[in-house]
Ligand binder design. Structure first.
Ligand code: F6P
Length: 542
């Protein structure tokens, strides 16, 4: 299968993407697909009929479809952690039973969602108050999957934000907490401690610090703290009563958790009805993923295009470029989703992966990125497949001209990547400026764009809660398909552990209560330098 794809890759030769459009006037239609109101266009890639066929054969042969059903129906597909993978159950509260170990998980899902609704409605209406009155601000303390989803979605759905202001503290760097709480009223701030495990050192350090701030300022831990966690024991140990905890099962992975309790800050910001619409958008994508034929299936196609670029053509990174300022944290969210899921070096059976794992994912919203890193994308020596996103309409009708410009820029970048600019055209440009001979040629060389650089476009009518739900579920399922084809476990994350363990063991070394002898020379020297420059007591009590 991979061999057939390598043959397709070799067959590209000098073929230009732009020429594929000349040869097939219907290419844009044939190499695009829809889910609901969303359009995915992958025609500006060097994929032809034979390549698409080979990619679809790879998908069929991988058994991904059967594994997809195993995921949706609660089988233990996260084998290394012995867990089901059921974030899809969170966004389908009205569907039939979903069984895990012989028990239907849906009653609990519905009950928790109902409690979240009641709580969010009460905070938003002022029925639940802080020591000093109604809640004006919410601070979500969490990191990774307990932060990136809600912070990204609250920003994305700002036009729906009619609840308390939501803030997010993730970094253990005290600057993050200090800057966030500086202007907040501790008697009217609700603190959400979001941590599946309730042991993550960054989150717990921030949680204890904000609790001290809140209590010192006259706030009430009993009434102004909420826990989102799988461990009632640990939330109780921290001092959060059970009725202020929204729990979730171990089958909700951290980076897939925005659909449940971890999404509470989003629900507080936009209200329970709009949150439900966000869930409904994801559920629509789930249905599409389960029922659409592979050649029409957005997650399958997005995955196959991604694998063509990464595993077949060997491009090491992909850029996610939303032309939507409110999706500014989407690249960071997708970094965790894709890289923590598919950045693996062994297959599910523990054998070395013989093809490259998932790519580096990065990006920024357009048009800002254009004035920063697009230079490399257009003229650098590496090829970076680009995934553009654009809405037909913005949320500022009075600023419609801005949106038209945004669209024009987005489409122009995709065109420029594909078409490039030839040496001849660059020479003509320089000639028009009055240059000639060697001077003209030299100047022209810097102005050549090789083009033939692939991009895809995801287009949708407007960024609503429903559409955001669809986009996130689309990417989740893309990760699933890529992981299934690679035959890796996309749902564990052992790669984050070693650094955490070492950080824990370095704490006593920094305090001076453990010896440095066993450390490598570089780490010893760095500790020596840092210790030499810290003021007395600067790192707190040992
Ligand atoms: O960084 C690793 C990780 O385990 C992520 O997978 C997870 O989203 C994050 O830490 C936070 O974990 P928790 O919700 O348990 O605090």
């Amino acid at each position: 299968m991979w061999y057939d794809l390598k043959v397709c890759a070799a067959g590209i030769g000098e073929r230009r993407i732009a020429d594929l459009f000349e040869a097939d006037p219907k290419r844009a239609k044939r190499f695009s697909a829809r889910a609901g109101e969303m359009l995915f266009d992958y025609s500006k890639t060097n994929i032809d009929d034979a390549t698409l066929k080979a990619l679809l054969t790879l998908y069929e042969a991988s058994g991904a479809a059967a594994k997809r059903e195993a995921m949706f129906t609660g089988e233990t597909i996260n084998v290394t952690e012995d867990r089901s993978v059921l974030h899809t159950a969170l966004r389908n509260p009205n569907k039939g039973p979903v069984m895990v170990d012989g028990a239907d998980v849906m009653p609990d899902v519905r009950e928790t969602l109902g409690r979240m609704h009641a709580f969010a409605d009460a905070v938003r209406s002022g029925a639940i108050q802080g020591a000093g009155g109604s809640i004006t601000d919410v601070v979500n303390i969490g990191i990774g999957g307990s932060d990136l989803g809600p912070v990204m979605a609250v920003l994305a759905l700002a036009p729906w934000g009619d609840g308390p202001r939501c803030h997010f503290v993730s970094n253990v760097d005290g600057a993050h907490l200090a800057d966030t709480i500086r202007d907040l009223d501790p008697t009217r701030t609700l603190v959400i401690v979001a941590s599946k495990t309730f042991t993550t050192i960054e989150t717990m350090t921030n949680a204890y610090s904000i609790r001290r701030w809140l209590e010192a300022g006259g706030g009430s831990t009993r009434d102004q703290f909420v826990g989102l966690s799988s461990s009632l024991e640990k939330t109780a140990e921290f001092g959060i009563p059970d009725d202020s905890v929204f729990g979730f099962a171990d089958w909700v992975g951290g980076r897939y958790s925005v659909w449940g309790p971890i999404g509470l800050s989003l629900m507080l910001a936009i209200g329970s009805d709009d949150f439900d619409d966000f869930l409904a958008g994801a559920a629509e994508m789930d249905d599409h993923f389960r029922t659409a034929a592979p050649a029409e299936n957005l997650p399958v196609l997005l995955a196959l295009v991604g694998m063509w670029h990464r595993q077949v053509l060997g491009y090491g990174t992909r850029a996610v470029l939303p032309y939507d300022q409110r999706l500014q944290r989407l690249p960071a969210y997708l970094q965790q989703l894709e890289m923590e899921s598919n950045g693996k070096r062994v297959t599910i059976d523990g054998n070395p992966l013989e093809i490259p794992s998932g790519p580096v994912v990065w990006g920024e919203p357009g048009t800002n990125g254009q004035h920063a890193f697009y230079q490399l994308i257009h003229q650098g020596t590496d090829i970076v497949p680009c995934e553009f996103m654009i809405a037909a309409e913005g949320h500022e009708p009075d600023l419609g001209v801005h949106h038209k410009l945004l669209i024009a820029n987005c489409l122009a970048q995709a065109q420029a990547l594909m078409n490039g600019r030839s040496f001849e055209t660059a020479r003509e440009m320089m000639a028009a400026k009055g240059l000639s001979g060697d001077e003209m040629d030299a100047a022209a060389r810097h102005r050549v764009f090789p083009g033939n650089r692939p991009s895809t476009m995801l287009a949708y009518p407007k960024l609503t809660p429903h559409v955001l739900g669809m986009i996130l579920a689309l990417y989740e399922h893309r990760v699933f398909v890529e992981g299934a084809i690679l035959n890796i476990n996309s749902y564990d994350q052992f790669g984050v552990e070693l650094g955490k363990e070492l950080a824990t063991s370095l704490g006593p070394v920094l305090d001076g209560t453990a010896p440095m002898d066993a450390l490598d020379g570089s780490t010893r020297a760095l500790i020596g330098f840092l210790k030499g420059h810290v003021s007395p007591g600067g790192w707190g009590a040992a």
